[in-house]
Write a protein of this length. Structure first.
Length: 226
């Protein structure tokens, strides 16, 4: 074989090697391999936070009626609840702000206790939130936030956690107790029976919006506030 033919064949071989390398790079093939494939799927359902309430009347069992309240004779509403969802939950009681202010306008003429199965969550015999038309005095200091304590003014707040981490299928209760006090004669001698906790407070009858203390029982995901 002549030298010219050998050179051409050598060049052709080199070209084929380069072409093969380029094809391998383009296809990503680096060599022979085996494979085995298994298929799967991820599915699921969302959790559920649901609560059943009872103890009173009405469709949700949450209506209570304090009748013929007198100073020194408190009455109690007991709310029962059960986790009917599939996840653990916290349970809260939440009061409507305007009726709550009417209650917190009573000062030393009203007394409230909120308790659950573990004991007292809140107790006050000086329901003063320092909001108009309240007197604006906590103890001896006007408009002082320092005396918002059991020894001074101690208003009922808008929400309280009555149970933490209630497991599915479990239940418990909380109690709301209210009474007029005999402080300086209490509320006095009423000539007629009036609705309890009229709001807004200190307003003539034509301006009344309602009476009582509307509230909600709220179940939340554990660690979440309503």
């Amino acid at each position: 074989m002549s030298s010219a033919i050998k050179v051409r064949l050598g060049a052709l071989g080199a070209s084929l090697l380069v072409l093969g390398a380029l094809v391998a790079m383009a296809t990503g093939v680096t060599g022979a391999y085996f494979s085995d494939t298994k298929e799967g799927e991820i599915k699921g359902t969302t959790g559920s936070i649901r609560i059943h309430t009872s103890g009173g009347t009405g469709s949700n069992g949450l209506h209570f009626n304090f009748q013929y309240l007198l100073p020194g004779e408190p009455q109690t509403a007991t709310v029962e609840y059960k986790n009917v969802g599939h996840n653990s939950q916290d349970v809260w009681v939440v009061f409507d702000p305007e009726p709550l202010h009417a209650l917190n306008n009573l000062g030393r003429y009203g007394e409230v206790t909120l308790a659950n199965s573990g004991g007292t969550l809140f107790h006050s015999a000086n329901l003063n939130d320092n909001q108009p038309p309240a007197s604006g005095y906590c103890g001896s200091v006007q408009y002082s936030t320092e005396e918002f304590s059991p020894s001074g003014c101690w208003p009922l707040k808008e929400k309280y956690k009555v149970r933490s981490n209630l497991s599915p299928g479990s239940g418990s209760y909380f109690k709301f107790t209210f009474g007029y006090t005999t402080y300086n004669g209490g509320i006095g001698n009423a000539a007629q029976e009036l609705p309890w906790n009229i709001y807004p407070p200190e307003e003539p009858e034509e301006n009344w919006k309602g009476n009582g203390l509307p509230y909600s029982v709220v179940a939340t995901q554990v660690g979440v506030e309503p």
